[in-house]
Design a protein around this ligand. Structure first.
Ligand code: OSB
Ligand code: MG
Length: 369
């Protein structure tokens, strides 16, 4: 393949309700899409970067800058040698910027597979045609509000609930959900790095709720702290922010810092690295699940294909598009008896709807060879 042009589209898509985590509260999904034109056809991907560098060091204006200044010129430089598999080796000299790399690698993978008539799920060797769907529930202003949302999601059929937590919104919130909905609902929590090594006793109190896991309680760089915590509490420790590569995953497993891994393709630099993390985890009997970054259909489609791989034995955050959005930017992803169908069409398997892109796009910029 040969790369001919890249369009970077910045979109502001309203959320149905504010999504609050320990690091931010957002009403708008502000996001960048990469749209590549190759001699074999086009491809699409969603960059996982947030508006501010609050989840990771990347943010979307920065991601666009690094794409334009460094990544896209390298890919033009490959000439006819461009393949999705060549992207990571070509960019290996470039430190970090994994979300920016992911957006380009994935849009090129989409173009490649569309031209070959192969779906992303087939390319991954995925074994499932539908995946069970969990939902991530933000921090609320009151316990009543939280119970209203959780009850609504359970009624819709979500098979697992994840509560965002932070100091002051942890034990009581989890207890209220257990008291209201019982001990049998699959329940887990995500702290997005909000605790420290001084909080181990507080986190140990959560053991009484029989949670599936606690996700990223400590700072992303405190891998050893997670190993100490995993030793101290009964709730399985899951890492999200800390796991940025297959090498880190291998080390965290060996250190006893991680018992379950959240794989987010954008965080780790793409789907090819995600597959490597899946393989490392499976080889070490560590279950994995697919996380999300509030993706529109473009990102959601590809995550579902990944989640259909055999090692994804834990329910992920791959919720229906109606969880976040009033208006879909692609074909919708619909919850059916707790499951969402894995796309079967070539590439990521969905197409953006041009009129809807026009409605939400705040800028569109072309970069040509
Ligand atoms: O930590 O998993 C996270 C959303 C944005 C940034 C980080 C996270 C999340 C979520 C929601 O929990 C996942 C989703 O439904 O896409
Ligand atoms: Mg998380």
């Amino acid at each position: 393949m040969k790369l001919e042009a890249v369009e970077l589209i910045r979109l502001n898509v309203p959320l149905k309700s504010a999504f609050r985590t320990s690091f931010s509260s957002v009403n708008l999904h502000q996001v960048v899409w990469a749209h590549v034109i190759t001699d074999q056809g086009e491809g699409w991907a969603e960059c996982g970067a947030n508006e501010r560098p609050d989840y990771s060091s990347e943010y979307h204006t920065g991601a666009m800058a690094v794409m334009k200044e460094f990544i896209i010129p390298e890919l033009f430089g490959l000439g006819n040698e461009l393949t999705a598999e060549a992207v990571a080796p070509t960019l290996e000299w470039m430190k970090g910027h994994r979300m920016a790399k992911h957006a380009l690698e994935t849009s090129i993978l989409d173009a490649q597979l569309r031209s070959q008539g192969i779906s992303l799920a087939e390319y991954f060797g995925a074994t499932k045609s539908k995946v069970p769907s969990g939902v991530s529930v933000g921090i609320m202003d009151s316990i009543d509000e939280l119970l209203g949302y959780v009850g609504g999601y359970l009624k819709q059929g979500y098979v697992r609930i994840k509560l965002k937590i932070e100091p002051g919104w942890d034990y009581e919130a989890v207890k209220a959900v257990r008291d209201a909905f019982g001990d049998d609902i699959p329940l887990q929590v995500d702290a997005n790095t909000a605790y420290t090594r001084d909080d181990f006793d507080l986190l140990k109190r959560l053991d009484e709720f029989n949670l599936l896991l606690i996700e990223q309680p400590l700072n992303e760089e405190d891998v050893l702290g997670h190993a100490k915590l995993a030793n101290y509490i009964d709730t399985p420790v899951c890492l999200d922010e800390s796991i940025v590569s297959a090498d880190i995953a291998r080390d965290a497993i060996e250190l006893g810092a991680v018992e379950i891994i959240n794989i987010k393709p954008s965080r780790v630099g793409g789907y090819l690295e995600s597959v490597k993390i899946h393989d490392v985890a499976v080889a070490n009997s560590i279950p994995v699940w697919c996380g999300g970054m509030l993706e529109t259909g473009i990102g959601r489609a590809a995550n579902l294909a990944l989640a259909a791989m055999p090692g994804f034995t834990v329910v992920g955050d791959t919720s229906a598009s109606s969880r976040y959005f009033e208006t879909d930017l692609t074909e919708p992803f619909v919850l059916k008896d707790g499951y969402i169908d894995v796309p079967t069409k070539p590439g990521i398997g969905v197409d953006p709807i041009p009129e809807i892109i026009e409605r939400f796009a705040v800028s569109r910029e072309w970069i040509r060879a």
